[in-house]
Design a protein around this ligand. Sequence first.
Ligand code: CA
Length: 106
Amino acid sequence: MEGWEQAVLGMCIGESKSFKVPPQLAYTDRGDDELDIMPGGVSLIFDVELVAIHGSSSIPTLYSQIDTNSDMFITFEEMEAWFLKRRPSLVDLVRTAFNLDDTNRV
Ligand SMILES: [Ca+2]
């Protein structure tokens, strides 16, 4: 479900979040075709706590794509390399953001 994927993307282990998924990002106006348990046109409300992440997916997450050495930290160099490859027009924005982060750090 697109709305679920958008909402949980970027959550950290231990984080709790409540969100509402509108019909257009859930089961649209058709409802759930496979199980026929969800009517169409409904918004779904979730209260989610991410307690763990298990296994690995054959579909790489955005985080794992950027964290090329898999140490669970994204460095400026990893972020810059990802943007150079995927979104070169935004590299200067990334550089500026990282520089501002360093100057604002206490
Ligand atoms: Ca890394």
